[in-house]
Structures are given as C-alpha cells and as structure tokens.
Design a protein. Structure first.
Length: 93
C-alpha cells in the first residue's frame, strides 16, 4: 500500500546462500509498495572474501548489516528502513 512507499527492506540471506535467495519474494513486496535492497554478506555470492572464507554465523556479518544500514540512511535519509532476514541474516539483523 501507499504507507509502505517510504520503506526500504534490507534483506539479508542465510549462511551458504546469497542475495538471489530473495528474488522470488521481491515481486509481491514491491507490489505492496516496499523497496527491496538485497546484498551479499562477505564470503557469499559476488562479495569479496574475508579472512578464511565461509560464514561466521553472525559474529562478523553484523558488521556487514551495519554498513548496509548506514549506506541506506546516507543515501535515502527520508526513508524508513526495516530488516528482513533468514538464518544468519536474521541473527545479524
């Protein structure tokens, strides 16, 4: 609806997945008026590698979430941001 038009959903994937995990969800969220921002955590998808690779099960990924949230607020200051996550993405949110 129209009340969602000023909300960006920051969508964080689970361990071993990447941003494409959200592709099937975006059409109905966009239709409902939300903007969707999907990204890859470090060591996932097309992101760069960090340390030994793999997932840190939230111990390091929260830093990625913080960076994404700061980027959203810096680039879209008038919009609200909400976190949507699964697995490691939920823990990191």
């Amino acid at each position: 609806g129209s009340s969602n038009r000023n909300t960006i959903l920051i969508m964080s994937h689970g361990a071993g997945r990447d941003r494409r995990a959200w592709l099937r969800h975006c059409p109905f969220l966009i239709e409902a008026g939300y903007s969707c921002l999907m990204f890859d955590f470090r060591n996932h998808g097309t992101s760069g590698s960090f340390s030994t690779g793999g997932t840190f099960l939230g111990w390091a990924e929260w830093e990625d979430m913080t960076s994404v949230a700061k980027w959203v607020k810096g680039n879209f200051p008038a919009m609200k941001a909400a976190f949507v996550g699964t697995s490691t993405g939920a823990v990191s949110s």
